[in-house]
Design a protein around this ligand. Structure first.
Ligand code: FES
Length: 155
C-alpha cells in the first residue's frame, strides 16, 4: 500500500536553471529563484524604465534558460546574452572599456555590445569576429524598454 502511494506522487518539475550551479559553467553565475525571473510575453521581455540603468552600465535580466545583459550608452540600449563564451562569466558584471566594447572581468576577452562579436581575446589581442555572444533587439516604447528574445514573422 505504501509503495503504491509513493508511485502515485508526481515527479516535481525540474528547475531549468539548477544545473548551472554544478560543474563547468557555474563560474560567476548567480542563482535566480524562478519567481524572480522575467517572463517572456509576445516574444519579448519587459526590461524596465529607461532611467533605471546609468549610462555606461548594464542590468542583468534573468529568464528561465539564460540571462540577458542590457547595456545603456547615453540614450542607446543594447542587449546581449549575459555569459562570456570563454567560461560563462556574466558580462553585465564587466566594464565598458570603450563606447561599445565590454571587457569580461574574468580573462579580459572583449565584445562589441551592438552585435556581440568578439573584438579581442584576452592578452594575446586577437580579434575573432566569428566568435559572437548572442545579441537581441531592444525596443523603446515611451519610457519602457523591451528586449525581443524570440524571432517574429514567417519562418
Ligand atoms: S570568462 Fe570571460 S574571458 Fe574568460
Amino acid at each position: 500500500m505504501l509503495f503504491s502511494k509513493a508511485m502515485d506522487k508526481k515527479t516535481p518539475e525540474k528547475d531549468p536553471q539548477s544545473d548551472i550551479l554544478i560543474g563547468h559553467g557555474a563560474f560567476g553565475v548567480d542563482y535566480v529563484p524562478k519567481k524572480l525571473r522575467a517572463r517572456v510575453e509576445g516574444g519579448r521581455v519587459y526590461a524596465g524604465k529607461k532611467g533605471e540603468i546609468p549610462s555606461g552600465k548594464a542590468k542583468a535580466i534573468p529568464l528561465d534558460r539564460f540571462t540577458i545583459a542590457l547595456f545603456r550608452v547615453d540614450d542607446e540600449y543594447y542587449a546581449i546574452k549575459d555569459a562570456c563564451p570563454h567560461a560563462d562569466y556574466p558580462l553585465s558584471k564587466s566594464q565598458l572599456v570603450s563606447r561599445y566594447t565590454v571587457m569580461c572581468t574574468s580573462h579580459n576577452w572583449q565584445f562589441d555590445i551592438r552585435d556581440g562579436h568578439c573584438v579581442k581575446i584576452g592578452h594575446c589581442g586577437h580579434a575573432t569576429p566569428d566568435l559572437t555572444v548572442r545579441s537581441f533587439p531592444v525596443e523603446v516604447e515611451g519610457e519602457d524598454l523591451w528586449v525581443v528574445v524570440e524571432s517574429r514573422g514567417a519562418p
